[in-house]
Design a protein around this ligand. Structure first.
Ligand code: DC
Length: 220
C-alpha cells in the first residue's frame, strides 16, 4: 500500500505526460517522479561504462551503484549535471531498448516507490498504474496521435536550436511505441481502471485541469 495518495500518469513517448504530470504535482504541492528519467540515467551510465544493452543482469547490478538525485529541474548522476545529456534521442532510444529487461525493471522498483512521500506523489511513465503504484488513487493514460506527438517533439527540438526532421522523428517514435508496448515485462498498456486522456486537440492547461478535476472527484 502506498502511504500517501498517488496519481499515476502513463502514456507513450512525447505524449506530454511529463509536462502535465509536473504541473499537476506543482498545483497539488505533491512530489513528482519522472520514471523515464531513471531509465534514461541507466542508459547514460551504462553507455559510459560500456555495458551492453542486451546484458539485463549487468544493467540490474548497475542500479544500486548509481548516485541519482533530482534538484529542482536538474538531474544529477554521480554528482554530474546530466539534465541535458539524458534528453537526447540517442539516450531515449537506448533507454527504450534496455527497459525490456526484467532484471533492470525490478532493480528500479524500490527506488521508484521511495518517491512516494508526504503529502503525495504524481508519477509518470509506462507502468506506474499497472506495476509500481497499482493502488494509485487516480490512474490516467495520457495519449495523442503519433503525428501530434512527432510535431510536439519537433517543435521542442527546434526551439532548443537542435536540427530535426519530422519524418525521422515520427518513425523513431513509432518504433519506440511498438517496443514499449510489445515487451514481455511491464508493457505500456491502459491499466485496469485508468481514465484515458486524448490530448491531440487539448492545450496543456486543459489537460492539467482535466486531471485535477478527476482527482478531486476521486477524493470527494
Ligand atoms: O518517458 P521517456 O521517453 O523519458 O522514457 C524513456 C524510455 O524509458 C521509454 O521509451 C521506455 C522506458 N520507460 C519504461 O520502460 N518504463 C517507465 N516507467 C518509464 C520509461
Amino acid at each position: 500500500m502506498s502511504p500517501f495518495p498517488v496519481i499515476a500518469i502513463d502514456g507513450p513517448t512525447a505524449s506530454g505526460k511529463g509536462t502535465v504530470a509536473s504541473l499537476v504535482a506543482e498545483k497539488l504541492g505533491f512530489h513528482y517522479l519522472d520514471s523515464g528519467a531513471l531509465y534514461r540515467l541507466v542508459a547514460l551510465a551504462s553507455e559510459k561504462r560500456g555495458i551492453d544493452v542486451k546484458n539485463g543482469h549487468e544493467l540490474g547490478l548497475l542500479v544500486p551503484k548509481l548516485l541519482i538525485s533530482f534538484k529542482n529541474s536538474q538531474v544529477l548522476l554521480d554528482g554530474e549535471d546530466v539534465t541535458e545529456a539524458i534528453r537526447t534521442e540517442n539516450i531515449g532510444l537506448r533507454a527504450s531498448t534496455l527497459a525490456v529487461h526484467p532484471e533492470l525493471r525490478s532493480a528500479l522498483v524500490c527506488l521508484q516507490r521511495s518517491f512516494c512521500q508526504s503529502p503525495g506523489l504524481v508519477a509518470d511513465g509506462r507502468d506506474m498504474a499497472s506495476i509500481i503504484f497499482p493502488d494509485a488513487v487516480l490512474k490516467v493514460f495520457l495519449t495523442a496521435t503519433a503525428a501530434a506527438r512527432a510535431e510536439r517533439r519537433y517543435k521542442q527540438l527546434i526551439a532548443k536550436g537542435i536540427s530535426a526532421k519530422l519524418s525521422d522523428l515520427l518513425q523513431d517514435l513509432q518504433e519506440r511505441d511498438v517496443r514499449d508496448s510489445s515487451r514481455g515485462t511491464a508493457p505500456l498498456l491502459i491499466a485496469d481502471g485508468a481514465k484515458v486522456l486524448e490530448t491531440s486537440d487539448l492545450s496543456i492547461d486543459q489537460a492539467v485541469k482535466t486531471v485535477l478535476d478527476w482527482y478531486q472527484s476521486e477524493i470527494l
